[in-house]
Design a protein around this ligand. Structure first.
Ligand SMILES: *[C@@H]1O[C@H](CO)[C@@H](O)[C@H](O)[C@H]1NC(C)=O
Ligand SMILES: *[C@@H]1O[C@H](CO)[C@@H](O)[C@H](O)[C@H]1NC(C)=O
Ligand SMILES: *[C@@H]1O[C@H](CO)[C@@H](O)[C@H](O)[C@H]1NC(C)=O
Ligand SMILES: *[C@@H]1O[C@H](CO)[C@@H](O)[C@H](O)[C@H]1NC(C)=O
Ligand SMILES: *[C@@H]1O[C@H](CO)[C@@H](O)[C@H](O)[C@H]1NC(C)=O
Ligand SMILES: *[C@@H]1O[C@H](CO)[C@@H](O)[C@H](O)[C@H]1NC(C)=O
Ligand SMILES: *[C@@H]1O[C@H](CO)[C@@H](O)[C@H](O)[C@H]1NC(C)=O
Ligand SMILES: *[C@@H]1O[C@H](CO)[C@@H](O)[C@H](O)[C@H]1NC(C)=O
Length: 450
C-alpha cells in the first residue's frame, strides 16, 4: 500500500507567481500553440524525421523576418480543439494526409511558416488531428554541440538535432489531448548499439534559449536519447505529461533533463525510465539550475527517480529545488545527488570551477519497492548544503541498513522519516525543535554495491 498524505502548503510566493504566468498565457497576445495529437507507426525513420521537421520550422520562426499573411490563411471552427489564438490552422488545409503513407514534409513546412508569420498579429495555432503524419528526411540536421558541453556527449563535435526542436521561442504551447509523440527510435538504438552512429543521438523534444513555454497534456514516448530537454530557458511549465522512456537497451533516455534553466514548474507527471532517471538535473548544468518545483510526480519501473549530478569543473549552481509529493514505485535509487560525475569533453576544464549545491527540499515522498531510497554524495570540494526532508516513507526491497546514504551533506530532517536518515542531518520534531544535532556533516556512507 502506498501512503498518501497532505503535502505542505503550495502557497510559497514564487509558486503563486508561476500560476499567474500560466493564467496570463491565456491573455497573452503572442501565443503560437502547436497541437499535437498523432500516433505511432511502423515507419520508424519517417516519423522521426517528421518530427525533425519542427526544428527547421521553429528556427525560421526566429530567424526569418515576418512576411505578410499567406494567401491560404483560413480559420476552422473546431469542437475538439480549444481555440487559443485568433487564427487556427488545420494541418489538412495544407494538403497533409495522416494515413501513414503520404509524406507531409511540404505541408508541415507551409503550415509552420504560416503560423510563424502571424506571430506579431496575436499568434496562431496549428491543429494536428489524430493520424499518422509522416515526413521524409529532408530536414534531418546536425547541430553544433551545446555551448556549455563543448562536445556532443557521445561523440565529439556535432550532434543530431532533436526530433522536435525549438529555439529562441517565446510564448509557445505544445499540448494535445494526451496524444502521443512517439520518437520511433528503434533505428537509432540499433545503430547506437552497433556503434554505427558518428554523432550523438538527439533528444525527443529540445527547447533552447526560450521563455514562457508550456508543455502539457501529452504523452512522450520512446525517445532516441533524453526525452525532454529544456536548455537555457526561463519560465517553463510542464504539466500533466506521461513520459514513457524505452524499456531496455537505450542508455541515456532520462525523462526530463532541466539544464541551465530557471523558474520551472513540473507537476502531475507520470514517468517511466527503465534504464535512466525520471527527472535529472545535470551533469551538464553549467549555466545553473534554480527555482524549480517538482510536484505530484509518479516515477515507476525506473532506475533512478529524481537526480542531481555534477562534478568539479562544471561551475554554476543548483539551488532552490523543491520536490514534493513524489511517489516511487519499483525504483532502484529514489533520490540521488552525485558530485563526481566526471564526464568532460577533454582535460581542459578548470577543476576549481566547483558547482554550488544548496537549498534542496524533499517533502511528502512515498513509495514502495525502492532499493536505495536516498543517496546524497557530496564531496569535500562540493558539499551539499541545506537539504531538508519532511514526511517521507518509502518501502524498501533489499537491505534495511545503509540505504539512506550520505556524504558531505548538511541539512535537516523534520518529523519522522523512513528509512532512518543518515547521521549527517540534524533532527527536528514536527514543531521545529531541534532534537539531535548531527555529529558531522562529513560522514561518508555511500555504497554503490546495492
Ligand atoms: C481538420 O480537417 C479534417 C479534415 O477536413 C477534419 O476531419 C478535422 O476535424 C479538422 N480538425 C481540426 C482540429 O480542425
Ligand atoms: C491530464 O490530461 C488528461 C488527458 O488529456 C485529462 O483527462 C486530465 O484531465 C488532465 N489533468 C489535468 C490535471 O490537467
Ligand atoms: C495518456 O496516454 C498514455 C499512453 O497511452 C497512458 O499510459 C496514460 O494513462 C494516459 N493518461 C491519461 C491521463 O489518460
Ligand atoms: C559514419 O562514418 C562512416 C565512415 O565515414 C560511414 O561509413 C558511415 O556511413 C557513417 N554512419 C552514419 C550513420 O552516418
Ligand atoms: C489540459 O487538460 C486540462 C483538463 O482537460 C485542461 O483543463 C487544460 O486546459 C489543458 N491544458 C492545455 C494547455 O490545453
Ligand atoms: C500527489 O501526487 C499524485 C500523483 O502522483 C496525485 O494523484 C495526488 O493527488 C497528489 N496528492 C496531493 C495531495 O496533491
Ligand atoms: C534552506 O532551503 C530552503 C528551501 O529548501 C529555504 O527556504 C531556506 O531559506 C534555506 N535556508 C537557508 C539558511 O538558506
Ligand atoms: C567538513 O567538510 C567541509 C567541506 O568540505 C569542511 O569545510 C569542514 O571543515 C569539514 N568538517 C570537519 C569536521 O571535518
Amino acid at each position: 500500500m502506498l501512503e498518501t498524505s497532505t503535502p505542505t502548503s503550495s502557497s510559497s510566493s514564487w509558486w503563486r507567481r508561476w500560476w499567474a504566468i500560466v493564467i496570463n498565457y491565456h491573455h497573452h497576445r503572442r501565443w503560437i500553440p502547436i497541437f499535437t495529437n498523432f500516433l505511432s507507426t511502423h515507419k520508424t525513420f519517417l516519423v522521426a524525421l517528421w518530427l525533425a521537421f519542427f526544428f527547421t520550422v521553429f528556427y525560421w520562426q526566429w530567424d526569418i523576418a515576418t512576411g505578410g499573411l499567406l494567401p491560404f490563411r483560413r480559420t476552422f471552427p473546431s469542437r475538439l480543439f480549444p481555440k487559443l489564438r485568433p487564427v487556427v490552422f488545420n494541418l489538412t488545409d495544407f494538403g497533409a494526409v495522416g494515413d501513414g503513407v503520404h509524406v507531409n514534409t511540404a505541408a508541415f513546412e507551409q503550415a509552420i511558416r504560416a503560423i510563424s508569420r502571424l506571430r506579431k498579429r496575436g499568434g496562431s495555432q496549428l491543429n494536428v488531428p489524430p493520424g499518422y503524419w509522416l515526413t521524409d528526411e529532408k530536414y534531418w540536421h546536425l547541430m553544433p554541440p551545446l555551448p556549455s558541453y563543448g562536445y556532443g556527449r557521445e561523440h565529439p563535435r556535432p550532434r543530431y538535432g532533436s526530433l522536435i526542436h525549438g529555439q529562441n521561442l517565446k510564448d509557445v504551447v505544445i499540448t494535445g489531448y494526451n496524444g502521443t509523440i512517439n520518437g520511433q527510435p528503434q533505428t537509432w538504438w540499433k545503430k547506437y548499439r552497433q556503434k554505427l552512429l558518428n554523432h550523438t543521438r538527439g533528444p525527443l523534444v529540445q527547447i533552447m534559449w526560450s521563455r514562457d513555454i508550456l508543455i502539457s497534456n501529452i504523452t512522450l514516448q520512446d525517445s532516441p536519447f533524453w526525452t525532454l530537454h529544456p536548455y537555457d530557458c526561463k519560465n517553463v511549465v510542464i504539466r500533466n505529461l506521461t513520459i514513457l522512456a524505452p524499456i531496455f537497451e537505450a542508455p541515456n533516455t532520462d525523462g526530463i533533463d532541466p539544464d541551465s534553466c530557471e523558474d520551472m514548474a513540473f507537476s502531475d507527471l507520470v514517468i517511466r525510465s527503465m534504464v535512466s532517471a525520471g527527472i535529472s538535473i545535470g551533469s551538464e548544468m553549467s549555466g545553473g539550475v534554480s527555482n524549480v518545483i517538482v510536484e505530484n510526480v509518479l516515477v515507476w519501473n525506473s532506475r533512478r527517480a529524481v537526480r542531481i549530478k555534477t562534478a568539479p569543473g562544471r561551475g554554476g549552481h543548483v539551488r532552490n529545488i523543491i520536490y514534493r509529493n513524489l511517489t516511487f514505485d519499483n525504483v532502484r535509487v529514489g533520490i540521488v545527488i552525485k558530485t563526481d560525475y566526471n564526464e568532460h569533453p577533454d582535460a581542459g576544464f578548470d577543476p576549481k570551477a566547483v558547482p554550488i549545491l544548496e537549498d534542496i527540499s524533499y517533502s511528502s515522498i512515498h513509495g514502495e519497492g525502492v532499493r536505495v531510497p536516498v543517496r546524497i554524495q557530496g564531496s569535500e570540494e562540493i558539499p551539499v548544503r541545506n537539504v531538508s526532508f519532511r514526511d517521507m516513507s518509502v518501502g524498501i526491497t533489499y537491505k534495511k541498513k545503509h540505504i539512506f546514504q550520505c556524504a558531505f551533506v548538511e541539512g535537516r530532517v523534520t518529523g519522522t522519516v523512513f528509512p532512518a536518515p543518515c547521521e549527517n542531518l540534524d533532527l527536528y520534531d514536527e514543531q521545529g525543535h531541534l532534537v539531535k544535532k548531527s555529529i558531522s556533516h562529513n560522514i561518508s556512507d555511500i555504497d554503490y554495491d546495492f
